[in-house]
Design a protein around this ligand. Structure first.
Ligand SMILES: [Zn+2]
Length: 100
């Protein structure tokens, strides 16, 4: 998915404001490109202090930089899933490094 072989994607903080969600739909925040394809991705969200990884999320992936964006309904669905009665599929632990 990523050119360097799968380093975790940048953290996406939920919630994002509706205006932000509208803005990312047209051009990429990272490279300004506007050509993308649909792809299922995995992403790590920070929801009220809790880190969760969600797999198989439908996303727009920009062709140039491979940055993935989600529409507002998808983000809402992720939030409902995490807050709802759904049980996690599996658990992973994460090593944390401080850049120095
Ligand atoms: Zn881009």
């Amino acid at each position: 998915m990523l050119p360097d072989g799968g380093i975790a994607q940048e953290l996406v903080t939920v919630p994002i404001s509706p205006s932000d969600a509208e803005a990312v739909m047209s051009t990429c925040d990272v490279c300004g490109n506007s050509t993308f394809h649909e792809e299922r991705v995995e992403e790590i969200f920070l929801i009220e202090g809790q880190l969760v990884m969600v797999e198989h999320i439908p996303a727009r992936v920009y062709d140039r930089c491979q940055d993935a964006t989600f529409d507002r309904e998808t983000v809402e669905q992720v939030r409902r899933m995490v807050h709802g009665s759904n049980r996690p599929t599996r658990h992973v632990s994460v090593d944390v490094f401080t850049f120095a």
